[in-house]
Design a protein. Structure first.
Length: 302
């Protein structure tokens, strides 16, 4: 008998029409609401590292690939251990904990979501307590390596004047934070769009990602480099396009969201919930078409 292909539940639901963001303020409110609702699901699906995996071999698990990405960023930035790290958009703190535990860094993770802070603190306290390290009353958790983590609910823009119109960290604000030192770096690992896209490519491939993932308009990696250089930063590494190495993340993720009950929950949260899950499909399409890119880069203050 011929096998019947299994239908993914996402195929049974519509892809919401693109909804432009009314303002930066309204976008932040939507982002915060999304993470308050979805962060526990993120943890159950992805684990503690809510970011792409860098797959160096076909046999690696997503967890191994996620750690690979952190190590790769350390490699291109050439940062020493025992440094101070500001982890902007720290999620539930997976990268922050890795740097504190494995490299004795002092890490401050900031996120717009109070729920993510709660999860991050709980996971960190569990790690440090089991290793015999200490937990302080001011939420600074110290590892046996000497590194430490703290997590703060904070709109990065209020701290740094941080986000530009395209949603990326502004080079001007980063330049104010960095000191003139070989151990002071701005390290970027982020989503970008390919250059010179047609209006049709923007509409079909990029807008569904911006909409579902609650992103401002994406820029190209080269545009970001020009902005940083215009602010006086020096490019140390990149931009290095690792799209082919991380694309498998979304193949795995599409399989992870195959539960019909998850889609029903998303629908119950309104159009943003459904648009978010459908953006997984858009990610796969964008990577396959070469219109959506993932790049890493590193800057210093000369």
């Amino acid at each position: 008998m011929a096998e019947i292909a299994e239908i993914h539940p996402g195929d049974k639901h519509e892809i919401p029409d693109y909804e432009a963001h009314e303002s930066t303020t309204s976008l932040k409110e939507r982002i915060k609401k999304h993470y308050e609702i979805a962060s526990d699901y993120y943890y159950s699906l992805w684990g503690q590292h809510i970011h792409h995996g860098y797959f160096k071999s076909p046999t690696e698990t997503k967890e191994e690939a996620q750690v690979n990405l952190i190590k790769y960023l350390q490699e291109i930035s050439n940062l020493p251990p025992q440094i101070n790290v500001l982890d902007v958009g720290c999620g539930i703190g997976g990268t922050s904990r890795f740097l504190a535990r494995e490299h004795a860094c002092s890490v401050t993770g900031i996120t717009i979501s109070g729920r993510q802070v709660e999860i991050a603190r709980k996971l960190t306290q569990a790690e440090t307590s089991s290793s015999g390290a200490s937990n302080s009353a001011d939420h600074v958790d110290v590892y046996s390596s000497g590194g430490n983590c703290r997590f703060v609910e904070l709109d990065a823009e209020k701290m740094l004047e941080y986000f530009s119109a395209d949603g990326k960290p502004t080079a001007r604000s980063a330049a104010k934070l960095l000191v003139q030192s070989k151990s002071s770096r701005l390290v970027i690992a982020d989503w970008f769009k390919a250059p010179q896209l047609s209006p049709e490519q923007e509409k079909d491939d990029i807008q569904p990602i911006e909409d579902g993932m609650l992103l401002p308009q994406l820029c190209t990696a080269d545009d970001y480099v020009k902005m940083a250089q215009g602010a006086g930063l020096k490019l140390c590494q990149g931009p290095i396009d690792i799209s082919n190495d991380v694309a498998k993340t979304w193949d795995i993720s599409w399989g992870l969201v195959s539960s019909p009950s998850l889609w029903l929950f998303a629908i119950s949260q309104g159009r943003d919930g459904l648009a978010f899950l459908q953006a997984f499909r858009a990610m796969r399409r964008g990577y396959a078409n070469g219109t959506f890119r993932y790049a890493v880069m590193c800057f210093e203050k000369p």
